[in-house]
Design a protein around this ligand. Structure first.
Ligand SMILES: [Zn+2]
Length: 254
């Protein structure tokens, strides 16, 4: 079974998107169009692996289309381009709601994002493990433009974080990155909190100052949305995330 799955995955990884899918993805999520040529095949194959391997479900009356699934998988795939990517092994289901306001029992943050079940709320909500919840209204808007927000990247970043067994802002890391990661993230988190208190112009938003896990998820959004600013203003964090994900979006076109 594992062998079969391995072979199927390998085949999917080697299968590019067809032209119509590629055009649709680039239209819905221009960020995916900026993936450089040497990563394009891997990105498209990874998108296929996620489309085939995860259960996508419309909720709250949403009729889920292939285009929606593609936009979600294509952006989630951006976080899985490294050698030895594991494709969110703990994630089974992606639940998509029409908008942030009809979602029962799910918190909505000030930006209108559906907030995942965080570490504090998880007690008694273990059924939430393995589920990403996305508000399509927000996802659609944020995928189309670069404004520093991307709920898809944010929620899938939380999946990476949770994989270490603890939502603490640290995903499973190769051994040689752990020290650098802890140092650079802690320094940046503290600096962000300080800057906010002093009312300085900041790259990160207020939600990022809440906890290391929110800071990490926001870092992933900014890493893709404003890579140039990240690299300039938070060079150490940018470098360690680039080393972890094995990509450098500051060099991507667009
Ligand atoms: Zn979050």
């Amino acid at each position: 079974m594992v062998f079969w799955r391995g072979r199927r995955r390998k085949k999917l990884l080697q299968t590019p998107l067809d032209d119509a899918m590629r055009a649709e993805l680039h239209r819905a999520a221009p960020l995916c169009a900026s993936v450089p040529g040497n990563l394009r095949a891997r990105h498209e194959g990874t998108t296929r692996v996620l489309l085939a391997g995860k259960h996508f479900e419309g909720a709250g009356g949403l009729e889920l289309t292939d285009a929606m699934k593609l936009a979600i998988a294509g952006q989630a795939a951006l976080l899985q381009l490294r050698e030895g990517a594991d494709y969110y092994p703990d994630l089974d289901t992606i639940l998509v709601y029409p908008d942030a306001f009809v979602v029962p029992n799910v918190e909505v943050d000030p930006g209108g994002h559906v907030v995942h079940e965080g570490p504090d709320e998880r007690a008694g909500e273990s059924w939430q493990r393995g589920v990403v919840v996305i508000s399509w209204q927000d996802a659609r808007r944020e995928s189309r433009r670069r404004d520093g927000y991307n709920v898809i990247l944010h929620e899938f970043a939380h999946q990476l974080d949770d994989q270490s067994g603890e939502a603490d802002g640290t995903p499973l890391l190769p051994h040689d990155l752990t020290g650098r990661w802890a140092e650079s993230f802690q320094a940046a988190f503290e600096r962000h909190q300080r800057d906010l208190r002093r009312g300085r112009h900041v790259l990160y938003d207020e939600n990022a100052a809440e906890s290391p896990t929110e800071f990490f998820a926001t870092t992933i959004e900014l890493f893709f949305e404003y890579p140039g600013d990240m690299k300039r203003e938070f060079a150490d964090v940018y470098a360690v995330v680039a080393a972890y994900l094995e990509i450098d979006p500051a060099t991507w076109s667009g």
